[in-house]
Write a protein that binds this ligand. Sequence first.
Ligand code: 3PG
Length: 207
Amino acid sequence: MADTTSVLDVSPVIPVVTIEDPQHAVPVARALADGGVRIIELTLRTDTALTSLKAIANEVPDILVGAGTILTPGQADAAVAAGAQFLVSPGVTPSLLDHMLSLEVPVLPGVATVGEVMAVLERGLDTMKFFPAGPAGGPSYLAAIGAPVPQVTFCPTGGISLATAPDYLKLPNVRCVGGSWLTPRAAVESGDWQQITELAREAAALA
Ligand code: 3PG
């Protein structure tokens, strides 16, 4: 597995992006890059997600594109074959974690409890997605986890907004946050790339 810090250091916010129509993929990626956000977690939540992933990987080289919502080893393989440069899962099972760690790209496994954090740590990985961040306990939870496992760095995701992101980013064990607010569904479907660029600009300024 490649080093995850290369993923966490790109932007203070990793946009979690869901695209229905692959025609929207490249303009969305360009709009984010124009706003200064050069990373995307593209979720595998649509039938066409791998087509969108491939288009971004091939046509927007200045963006680091990863695949999110990885639930199975087969999805991890398909995402890497389509050009995913990193993998994100909402949670982990032993077989999924083993398989993702056997691949050549950085992985961010999702955790929500101290036991899950310890299980991932045992496998030698100290960077994780904390999901769903808001409902699972928010910044105070991550601050508390910093006492027993200060060596773990998190990318909290789930229920975070431009307004609440700073509460996470100021924690010593948080390097970036994830969120879907940069690419509202209505903006994507109506082709309002300018709005996405503005949202990206605001997010990039959180650095
Ligand atoms: C994710 O998969 O990380 C979440 O769906 C993103 O959560 P949000 O929509 O609350 O930002």
